[in-house]
Design a protein around this ligand. Structure first.
Ligand code: HEM
Length: 136
């Protein structure tokens, strides 16, 4: 009992006291961002939403104006080709020693062309999947 009281009354070591004061003064570390917040910040969800809207518009246009069907398909094929090459070129450029702002810009452009390309590629695959399956 006496020993416990004596221990509690002992002043903290100066080093530990200084550390505790520094910790109390330091600003709180920012909470780690969720994956969704990260995707939103990089406009990935927004690009998918725009691509989904473009897909819906082109589907309706193909049905209402069959004479534009070829041009619409060609546009999607060019979008796929250009986004793929843009994304690949930017990815390789990211391997070069670049200054921070340029790297940041190329990184964002790589993500944006990559996201658009992923959508265009999936849409392309969905349209052509029947031709890739064994004939029945
Ligand atoms: C066209 C095919 C692609 C190629 C050839 C490619 C190439 C590369 C290369 C070489 C890097 C390394 C850059 C570095 O280490 O600094 C990189 C990084 C990265 N790529 Fe791609 N990429 C491709 C597609 C994509 C796609 C579709 C996405 C997703 C939208 C993507 C997302 C990323 C991310 C997030 C990083 C950075 C990783 C990190 O922080 O180190 N890439 N890419």
């Amino acid at each position: 009992m006496l020993a416990t009281a004596g221990f509690a009354a002992e002043p903290a070591a100066p080093m530990a006291q200084a550390q505790a004061q520094t910790a109390a003064r330091a600003p709180a570390a920012p909470a780690p961002k969720s994956a969704a917040a990260h995707f939103l910040e990089l406009y990935i969800f927004q690009i998918f939403a725009v691509m989904a809207a473009l897909t819906a518009v082109s589907k309706v246009a193909e049905r209402r104006k069959p004479e534009y069907c070829c041009s619409i398909r060609k546009t999607w094929n060019w979008a796929l080709l250009l986004s793929f090459f843009g994304c690949a070129a930017l990815g390789f450029l990211l391997l070069l020693p670049l200054d921070k702002p340029t790297k940041n810009l190329f990184f964002r452009l790589h993500i944006w062309t990559g996201t658009a390309g992923v959508w265009a590629g999936l849409y392309h695959a969905a349209r052509h999947i029947r031709a890739m399956l064994p004939a029945r």
